[in-house]
Design a protein around this ligand. Structure first.
Ligand code: AAL
Length: 409
C-alpha cells in the first residue's frame, strides 16, 4: 500500500533564494535571513571538539599545583611554544567567597600567587616545562601578588605577553587590569612594563571591575586586544561576561577601547581568529549566546554562525596567522585548554589538555558530526548529577506540585 502523498509541502532541497511563492515558518525564514541554508556539515564555523591528555603540563595530582589559561600556541622553527598561569603553593586556594583568609602563602583563588610559565613541544601533545617566563614583581611593586591568564603577541620583531596583573592582595570580585612584558625572543628574558596597559573602566561602566583574558590579534595594521569585561556591581540587570576590544598602534599602548564595546554579549575565556577578512570567535560558558561560534566582518559586529557542544575551556589556539594580518585566515585546528579534574571552580587546581577541531575549511568529517551523545560518566558528573540533599528537596516539592496535575478518576 502506498503511504506517501504529494501535498505541495516544503521541498527537501532548500532553494538558494528565500521562497516568495509560498508561506514559510519563522524558523524556515531564519535559515535564509540568519543562518544561511548550509547545514553543520558544510559550515566552516561548526565543529566538534576532540580532547587528549598532554604530557609535561598535563594532570599533576599534587594538590597545590595548577596550570591554566594557556596562551595562543606559537610555532617558531621546529618548536611549539605556550605560556600559561602556574601556581605552586603549599595549600589549595580558600575560594572566592573566603578571599579575606588569603595571605602571602594562602591563595585566594586558583590564579592567585601565580606566575607566567613557558613550555615547548615538538608535536603539541608532549610538552617540556621550561620554567617561569615572567615572575611576579618584587614585594611592594605593581604586580607583586599574581600574574595570570597570559596571551602572546608577536609584533615588529619582538614578543609581548599580556596578563592579568594583581597587586598587594587579591581583590574581591577578581577586579584587575592588564599589564605586559616584552622580549626579543620567545625564550626571554622578559621585561615587565610594571604598569597597567589596558585599564579597567569607570565605577559604573561595564568593564569597571575587570579586564580579563586579554587576547591580542593583529588586524587592519593595528593591535586589537580583545578582553572580557565585568562590572563592579553585579545585580542581574547588569551586563556580565561580555567581550570588548581595545586597539593600539604599539604593544605598550595607548590602547583605545572601541566605542562599540562590548562587542559580544556572551563568552568567558574567548578565543578569536582571523577569518576571511574578519574575526571569528568561540564564545562559551556564559551569556545568552554561549556555546556559539560568531563572526564579525569588521572585527566589531559579531553574529552567531554555529552552535557547538562542549567547547574547550579557556582555549589557546594554534593560530598560525594570528599576527599575519593578511585578510585570509587559515582558522584553528588545535590548541590547549584547561580543565579541573572534578569540574570545580576557582578554589580548585587545573591542568592543561589539548583540543582538536575543524574551525577552518579542511573538510574533516570526524569533526563535522552533529548529534553528539555522551557516556554515562558525563551525564552523571558532579555538576550535573543531583546531590542527595537536592534530590530530597526536589522529592518534597514534587509531592506538593505534582498532586495538582495528576489525572485520575
Ligand atoms: C578565568 C578567566 C580569568 C579570571 C580567572 C582567571 O575563567 O576568566 O582568568 O580572572 O578565571
Amino acid at each position: 500500500m502506498d503511504e506517501t502523498q504529494d501535498s505541495g509541502s516544503f521541498p527537501a532541497r532548500l532553494a538558494k533564494d528565500k521562497p516568495v511563492d509560498r508561506p514559510i515558518s519563522a524558523a524556515t525564514a531564519r535559515l535564509y535571513d540568519h543562518w544561511g541554508a548550509q547545514q553543520d556539515r558544510t559550515n566552516p564555523f561548526y565543529t566538534t571538539f576532540h580532547y587528549s591528555p598532554v604530557t609535561g603540563i598535563g594532570r599533576d595530582d599534587r594538590v597545590s599545583v595548577s596550570r591554566r589559561d594557556p596562551s595562543k600556541v606559537l610555532k617558531i622553527g621546529d618548536l611549539y611554544h605556550v605560556w600559561y598561569t602556574r601556581r605552586i603553593t603549599s595549600v589549595p586556594p580558600v575560594g572566592m567567597d573566603r578571599f579575606e583568609e588569603a595571605d602571602e602563602q594562602i591563595p585566594a583563588v586558583d590564579w592567585d600567587l601565580a606566575d607566567i610559565c613557558h613550555a615547548t613541544s615538538s608535536n603539541g601533545f608532549d610538552w617540556v616545562e621550561q620554567g617561569v617566563a615572567v615572575p611576579r614583581a618584587p614585594q611592594g611593586n605593581y604586580g607583586d601578588r599574581s600574574l595570570s591568564t597570559p596571551d602572546i603577541l608577536a609584533w615588529d620583531g619582538k614578543f609581548w605577553l599580556y596578563y592579568q596583573c594583581f597587586t598587594t592582595r587579591w581583590r574581591e570580585n577578581d577586579c584587575v587590569s592588564v599589564s605586559a612584558a616584552w622580549a626579543d625572543s620567545a625564550w626571554g628574558p622578559w621585561t615587565r612594563v610594571d604598569r597597567p596597559v589596558v585599564m579597567r573602566g569607570g565605577r559604573h561602566e561595564w568593564d569597571g571591575c575587570a579586564i580579563h583574558d586579554p587576547f591580542p590579534l593583529v588586524y587592519k595594521g593595528q593591535i586589537w586586544l580583545y578582553y572580557k569585561g565585568t562590572p563592579v556591581d553585579r545585580p542581574p540587570e547588569n551586563l556580565r561576561l561580555a567581550q570588548g576590544v581595545a586597539i593600539a598602534d604599539h604593544p605598550a599602548g595607548p590602547f583605545v577601547k572601541s566605542p562599540l564595546n562590548p562587542v559580544t554579549n556572551s563568552g568567558h575565556e574567548t578565543m578569536l581568529w582571523p577569518w576571511r577578512g574578519g574575526i571569528a570567535a568561540l564564545l562559551s560558558l556564559d551569556g545568552p549566546e554561549k556555546n556559539t561560534v560568531q563572526f564579525a566582518a569588521d572585527g566589531l559586529n559579531f553574529v552567531p554562525k554555529a552552535h557547538v557542544t562542549m567547547p574547550p575551556q579557556a582555549p589557546g589556539p594554534f593560530c598560525p596567522d594570528a599576527f599575519a594580518d593578511k585578510g585570509d585566515g587559515q582558522g584553528v585546528r588545535w590548541g590547549l585548554a584547561h580543565i579541573n579534574p572534578e569540574g570545580g571552580g576557582g578554589d580548585k587546581g587545573c591542568h592543561l589538555i589539548r583540543f582538536d577541531c575543524n574551525l577552518c575549511d579542511a573538510g574533516r568529517p570526524e569533526f563535522q558530526k552533529s548529534n553528539i551523545l555522551y557516556h554515562e560518566g558525563t551525564w552523571l558528573q558532579r555538576v550535573l548529577a543531583l546531590s542527595p540533599e537536592r534530590k530530597a528537596r526536589i522529592l518534597a516539592q514534587q509531592a506538593i506540585v505534582d498532586r495538582q496535575t495528576v489525572l485520575g478518576p
